[in-house]
Design a protein around this ligand. Structure first.
Ligand code: ADP
Ligand code: MG
Length: 716
């Protein structure tokens, strides 16, 4: 469809940032470093916060926090020597009718300060107020002279970019000062914001009292003096809300459109035959939990409907997602179709293969494993069996998604630990069949409001219950010498017949120094700490067969202590293991730590997670470790993670195939997201999926924002 000219952005917005007044060859690379390429980018580079410089504040009202602007008369001035480190400082006290405050300089030229601030002089001061016990001080303030009898406001108005208004405080980069930023962004916004056009339906804008984008941008950069300061501070002022709503509206519009599309596809309509599912439930050593059963019910309904299933199965580590996957697989197999199970690591694929193969054999069915590392001839055999339909279920890593893997008839695609895969891979699997049903599983809970609104075209099932008999896992943080306590506990548990993991971080399997550290540590443990135990070592650089052997020996209990890199992070299930010790725990993210901890506490015995941070770690890392000690609830951990990391990083919008947000904050703006979703879904329906003439500008804007991602979003 040709683009209508009036839905194109104004050419002024597409000009490069280098064409902006005041941006020379020196400034340009700095702005580029902020990720700004065009004028439009710069318009969406919004202030981090604001400073109230509308009026001079009485000295008694000055508070620590942001910059303050105030006037005062010099009461005393002079050099003194600090008692602590015997350094010289220059000390000035100023006063107004309301009170006094101290100004301090630690680096200065004395004659200059003496001349600038003689006793009795009237000045305007700008600086950050700090508390030291009961006293307030301003260090190295900016000083503006105030001639006798002059109106201080007039002095300020000489510099309207920096005084007499609510000032934007921009995110900066090295070599770009706040003053320079304001000097660039003032004319930039004043001249160009007007070209940004709202493409949201007018009716929605008006009904919800949203500002047009041009006004909202102007107000966000340079709020007028009546703006509600508190709302500004919290990022919930109406200008910002309008920008956020605009982003969310187009996000949800895309999702709504996709959802409508998904429902139009013809899928496979399975029938419940109970031929394998019933016998399986009879031979299982346990009963499915209520939550597993409920979720399975939801899956069955999807599978039996005409539309292809797109379901996200969410359940905390150890909640028993694999069993649900197995039962779903049997339904597909009963209907004479094949099932593909894809896992992110070879170790997990191998484990799943054992589980599925074990049960399928009992039922007279056939499973196969496909790994990238298999020999060419073994691979050829497996490919052949997949193509002819000889195997009912295939388990593997990314290898399953490769070209050349052709199914006889793929009915159900299952992706485990879906957050470890990109959108592309999910789409690849789906296209191995003709609209097969898709079940994607994850232990990373996305806060509920977000999962519904973000994965708008996915249905979500939640297993919110663990199998019975699980005991809480005790999590402890041990620093420095306390490490010996961790070793003692491991020794005790292994002596009592149980098993333990010690995990080392290895961000990239190629990082040699990390790998060496892990291998050296294993040697040290073998020789010096636990010579009496069988210790196995596992890392991603080992050959598949070696890895299998070690895992198998661990599973059988022959290896008592497994020293490993993060290759065992997800999915591994050895119920007799009761201790998870994590070295350099500060280097792991929260969801990773939660996954690692999920490797224990899978049996009837009490389990422990021992976190050993590096000698020095950041404040954020400290927070993460504390969250782990405080709670086992995956949902709360995800929320804390979202809070500490910020939403973009947490959700990886890129990876989910969603457009990036320039303004919106998924955590803070969740309510707007819901409202935007409602509006967007209604609009899609009202316009017959954007087919009416008046919805064309909206449609064009949607295409522009989503780029090629519309087709790939969610699971493609
Ligand atoms: P996850 O959801 O983390 O993938 P798994 O599927 O690996 O969890 O299951 C964890 C453990 O719980 C496995 O050992 C599995 O056999 C066991 N399990 C699953 N469902 C039940 C159940 N209903 N009752 C008892 N144990 C169960
Ligand atoms: Mg699992």
């Amino acid at each position: 469809m040709p683009q209508t000219p009036d839905s194109q952005p104004h050419p002024a917005l597409e000009k490069t940032i280098g064409s902006i007044k005041g941006v020379g060859p020196k400034m340009l690379p700095k702005l580029e470093k902020l990720g700004l390429k065009t004028v439009e980018d710069a318009l969406y580079h919004l202030p981090l916060r604001y400073e109230d410089r509308r009026q001079l504040k009485p000295i008694s009202h000055l508070r620590p926090g942001g910059q303050e602007v105030f006037r005062g008369r010099v009461l005393s001035a002079g050099e003194s020597i600090t008692s602590r480190n015997r350094k010289k400082i220059y000390d000035v006290i100023v006063e107004d009718d309301s009170g006094q405050i101290a100004l301090k300089w630690f680096r200065y030229r004395k004659p200059w300060l003496q001349k600038l601030l003689p006793i009795g002089r009237q000045v305007v001061l700008i600086g950050e107020v700090k508390h030291f016990g009961a006293t307030r001080e301003v260090h190295h303030p900016d000083v503006e002279l105030l001639p006798d009898g002059a109106d201080p406001m007039q002095v300020l108005q000489k510099d309207p970019l920096n005084f007499g208004r609510i000032l934007p405080v921009y995110p900066l980069t090295e070599g770009l000062s706040q003053k320079q930023a304001r000097k660039i962004w003032y004319p930039l916004v004043m001249d160009n914001a007007v070209y940004v056009e709202s493409r949201m339906p007018q009716e929605v804008l008006q009904r919800l009292h949203l500002m047009p984008l041009a006004t909202a941008l102007l107000q966000s950069h340079w709020p007028d003096n009546q703006t509600d300061l508190q709302a500004l501070g919290q990022g919930t002022d109406s200008a910002r809300n309008s920008l956020v709503f605009d982003e969310f509206f187009f996000l949800e519009l895309g999702l709504a459109l996709k959802r409508a599309g998904v429902q139009l596809e013809e899928g496979i309509q399975f029938r419940l035959e109970h031929r394998y599912t019933l016998p399986l439930s009879k031979i299982l050593p346990f009963k499915l939990t209520d939550a597993q059963r409920r979720v399975l019910g939801e899956i069955k309904q999807d599978m039996c409907s005409k539309q292809p299933m797109h379901r996200l199965l969410q359940g905390d580590v150890g909640s028993g997602k694999t069993m649900v996957a197995l039962m779903s697989a049997l339904i597909a197999i009963e209907n004479k179709t094949q099932v593909a199970v894809v896992a992110p690591t070879e170790i997990l694929a191998e484990q799943h293969f054992r589980t599925f193969d074990n049960w399928l054999r009992e039922l007279g069915l056939k499973a196969a494993l496909l790994q990238g590392s298999m020999s060419a001839s073994a691979k050829r055999d497996v490919l052949e069996m997949i193509a002819t339909g000889e195997v009912d279920l295939i388990v593997g890593t990314h290898a399953v998604l490769q070209e050349g893997v052709e199914f006889h008839k793929l009915g159900l695609g299952i992706i485990d630990e879906q957050h470890r895969f990109g959108v592309k891979q999910r789409s690849l699997l789906k296209h191995k069949g003709q609209n097969p049903d898709m079940l994607v599983m994850t232990a990373t809970p996305i806060p509920r409001t977000l999962s519904m609104t973000l994965y708008g075209d996915l249905s979500v099932s939640v297993i919110d219950q663990l199998p019975p008999g699980r005991k809480p896992i005790t999590t402890r943080k041990y620093v420095g010498q306390q490490r010996t306590k961790a070793y003692q506990l491991i020794g005790k548990e292994i002596a009592a017949g149980r098993q333990a993991y010690i995990v080392y971080p290895l961000v990239e399997e190629s990082e040699k120094s990390d790998l060496k550290a892990a291998i050296d540590a294993a040697e040290h443990l073998k020789n010096d700490i636990f010579p009496q135990f069988n210790i196995g070592v596992l890392h991603g650089r080992m050959k598949s067969a070696e890895k299998d052997t070690v895992m198998e020996r661990f599973r059988k209990g022959e290896v008592q202590l497994l020293v490993s890199t993060t290759v065992i992070e997800v999915g591994v299930d050895v119920p007799n293991a009761t201790v998870m010790m994590v070295e350099h725990a500060d280097r792991f993210g929260l969801s990773q730590l939660h996954q690692l901890r999920g490797r224990v506490g899978r049996g009837a015995d009490k389990s422990y997670c021992l976190l050993i941070p590096s000698d020095h770690y950041s404040e954020d890392a400290g927070k993460r470790l504390q969250v782990m000690v405080d709670t086992e609830d995956g949902f709360r951990i995800a929320e804390a993670d979202l809070e500490i990391r910020g939403p973009g990083d947490f959700l990886g919008t890129r990876q989910a195939g969603l457009p990036d947000f320039r303004v919106a904050n998924l955590l803070r703006d969740a309510r707007l997201l819901e409202s935007a979703r409602k509006e967007a879904f209604e609009y899609i329906e009202k316009t017959n999926q954007l087919k009416t003439p008046d919805s064309q500008p909206v449609r064009q804007e949607l295409i522009r924002r989503w780029g090629g991602r519309l087709e790939l979003a969610a699971i493609g």
